[in-house]
Design a protein around this ligand. Sequence first.
Ligand SMILES: [Fe+2]
Length: 343
Amino acid sequence: MTQLGTLDELPQDYRDALSEAGVAPLWPMMRNVLPHGKPNPQTRPGYWNYQAIRPLLLRAGELTPVEKAERRVLVLSDPGRGVGAMQATASLYLGLQLLLPGETAPAHVHTPSATRIVVEGRGGFTVVDGEKLPMEEGDLVLTPGGDWHDHGHEGSEPVVWLDVLDLPLFYYLEGSYAKEGPLQAQRNRPDASLVEYRAAGLVPSRSRSTARRYPMTRFPWARTEEALREIAKFGDGGIAEVDYVNPETGEDVLPVMGFTAMMLAAGQTDAPPLRSSSAAFHVVKGRGRTTIDDTVINWGPKDTFTAPPFARIDHQADEESFLVRAHDRPLQDKLGYYEERNR
Ligand SMILES: [Fe+2]
């Protein structure tokens, strides 16, 4: 590889003149923006132990009323960018959100898409465009960009969920903003997963011409786990994995973010290919360890960890484990550069 010229090699008067003219030489910086062979991510593997964060989250519930927070969230920042960074990887924002009994999080709509994986508690719900979505542990609930949403809590214990947003991309594009509005009237009917999309392979007749862009915004965990168990039982020996898809189109549930649920039997290992996408893993249940490049992460129930692009990832489950992997492969597919490399 040819060593490119550096800034130091240029005379000071020339560098001053360049700055004065509002320009800079590309060659000293070119390898930063176009490294050879693969990207050089700023993202570092992250790990967040739920048992350590839970008391801090509950304390936020005492310190800050929901009216003062709107969304009472502790943000999971990428170690490569430092605490306070509004991103866990280049494309994914993660936050743990607390809602206490009787509280509501006011209605708003924003350009980024948000999703939540329910971590604990019963009685929480999200309303998306008038559809009331119950939130049970492990459920994946989508609030796609442009859809009005608010949250409420009819139970008696704290409810916590993991927010996963494509916010960093929208912020980078200077396209991130929200509008606020009154709480939505709720339609008096169960959500679409319980009505229109009750069974895999069946959609309402003629729905393709009238379906909403995001027709199913709740994916109940019980169904996901059942699907994984059957695949594990009759699968080919690899780990059982299912992708969350739009039931009308078979495509990813959202434009930027994709979601994959994984099941590992006790003692099972998994060594996926090196992927150009970054990922956040949330442990729905189980225990095990994952090596991400040189970082060993021992995870337990409800923990979250992240991996940068092209990371070498090795999972090993100590007990039967279920994880949800959020990733940015749908965006990379659209941009035409998603890639998997053999190890
Ligand atoms: Fe929101």
